[in-house]
Design a protein around this ligand. Structure first.
Ligand code: ATP
Ligand code: MG
Length: 247
């Protein structure tokens, strides 16, 4: 069964249409790369999926359950439970500066998972996974950008999300730090984490993605497996974008 079904999603900011009828499906274990020019609606799409923005129209099911039905949302408790099945990592890390790395992982987890007693243990396992257990008691200001992003990934993994959304997780980083973050993401992909990744890293899209979506002007202009998108795109707009991106 598909984990996420998105049908005819539409959203405008005032009079500006930003999503104009986006449809796609994410199967369990898919790693979907979303590419496309600035302003095409990539971030807005992810923000709508994790409920940081509301949509105007469209239908989304998460794990087979209705999350948005023709633009309508379920009662708040169900709505939070469904969006809580996903985790998101942002370009700008969004760590809490007044909390240590450990607190950044544990406090939000405790807030959203009342009664959970496995916070400490999960925190340790995930910081070890991203290679930062030795930084558990430092504040984010003492970390490099790559380390901050690895903490942000570990934090998003705390609630055992079934889908991870990444919005240009490496675009604020220099190439070496980018490599550290991409290698964690590749590891997650190998472990069959279902992922939706907005990225300008074409090498990641090419070798880690199972499917690539090319967004243009609020629509998915082309979707296909990486070998098709990168070597013989069917849409001239995809070819033009990739030609520009490669230069
Ligand atoms: N909160 C907002 N209010 C008004 N307009 C917005 C808002 N957020 C985004 N937009 C507009 O929506 C359009 C799509 O923005 P979005 O951030 O989704 O694009 P993007 O594909 O992620 O671009 P980039 O590659 O630069 O990150 C842009 O024209 C943007 O100016
Ligand atoms: Mg964006």
């Amino acid at each position: 069964m598909a984990f996420l079904e998105v049908r005819q999603l539409k959203k405008s900011f005032d009079t500006l249409p930003v999503l104009r009828g986006v449809s796609f499906t994410v199967e369990q274990g898919d790693v979907i790369a979303i590419i496309g020019p600035s302003g095409s609606g990539k971030s807005t799409l992810l923000r709508c999926l994790i409920d940081l923005e509301t949509v105007d129209e469209g239908t989304v099911t998460i794990g087979g359950e209705p999350f948005i039905t023709n633009g309508q949302y379920p009662i708040p408790r169900h709505r939070r439970a469904l969006s809580g099945r996903m985790g998101m990592v942002f370009q700008s890390f969004n760590l809490f500066p007044h909390m240590t790395v450990r607190q950044n992982l544990i406090e939000p987890y405790r807030m959203t998972t009342p009664g959970a007693t496995d916070g400490e243990e999960k925190c340790r396992r995930l910081l070890e996974k991203v290679g930062l257990w030795d930084k558990a008691d430092v504040y984010p200001s003492k970390l490099s950008g790559g380390q901050k992003q690895r903490v942000a990934i570990a934090r998003a993994l705390m609630k055992s999300p079934e889908l991870m959304l990444f919005d240009e997780p490496t675009s604020a980083l220099d190439p070496q730090l980018t490599g550290e973050v991409l290698s964690i993401m590749r590891q997650l992909a190998q472990e069959h984490m279902t992922m939706l990744v907005v990225t300008h890293e074409m090498s990641f899209a090419q070798d880690a993605a199972t499917q690539v979506l090319f967004m243009k002007d609020g629509l998915i202009a082309e979707a296909g497996p990486p070998p098709v998108i990168f070597t013989r795109p069917q849409n001239p707009e995809t070819a033009a974008f990739l030609g520009t991106a490669a230069r």
